[in-house]
Write a protein that binds this ligand. Sequence first.
Ligand code: PEP
Ligand code: MN
Length: 333
Amino acid sequence: MIVVLKHGVPEEKKAQLMSWLEGQGLRLHISNGEYQTVIGLIGDVSGVDFDLVSSLEIVDSVKRVTEPFKCCNRKFHPDDMIVEVGDVKVGGGHFVMIAGPCSVESEEQIVTVARAVKAAGAQMLRGGAFKPRTSPYDFAGLKAEGLELLRIARKETGLPIVTELMNINDLPLFEDVDVIQIGARNMQNFDLLREMGMLDKPILLKRGLANTLKELLMSAEYIMASGNERVILCERGIRTFSDYTRNTLDLSAVPMLHQMTHLPVIVDPSHATGNAKLVPPMALAATAGGADGLIIEVHNDPIHALCDGAQSLRPEDFAALAEKVRAIREVVA
Ligand code: PEP
Ligand code: MN
């Protein structure tokens, strides 16, 4: 249930209403917008007298929220959420380009790529240190050493770092990571999600390979209900009948999610397509479709990449793409 207050309600009356609602065992989610205050009620609302609340002097309207996701529901928070990562803003009209290799391989590799993507306009650096791999025989990342190399690249370029956490036990190593990525394969690792909710740090939550938008939002809800509101969603392609792309990029997820939630939504055309030639057109399509940003794999030597070389752009191709993305942004923003 949400309670929309009239414009300009005195703080004291607002506080009275809130403590009365809290007294009924409910948790409140307050959204103070420019024009209205929305109080979202979380918990068992069956005992709340809908008509009584509607009739209160200070209340504009009361609506039932039937969706199971509450904290990330647009109805609870009509304004776009802007997630801040240092000086970088994501969402609410702020577009972010995150770029870097699939995996951190060496200091030279990550620093070279970080410098190149920064020069091309990327605002954050991605790079996996702990890699989820389908085969146990494949390169699974440099782990703690990879995180150390990301720190060096951050120091060299000033770019905040985005990197995947797979296991709660590794969390202490991620203390100074700027954005923790929860990958597609862990989208429904509920213990991990709850743990992300206890952090004071943005979380990049990727859609699972075979998960619906509602399931994605329920996973965001796990993080937010535990106290961390700074969630960025990522559409990275889902499993369908496609036999020529790694996954199918569900671009309609972007405008649909924007209706369902106030959280920023970015797109990963690299894992969605698995093919470097398809990355630029799909990145442009995602930008035109209203995405709040892109996360793109870039490697200085894709042929010899230890992971996902086939979908990695060379730095010069990323620079050319970034230019076009900016042109599309001018048109749609
Ligand atoms: C990644 O971004 O490195 C990755 C493994 O992506 P996903 O979880 O979307 O497969
Ligand atoms: Mn990858």
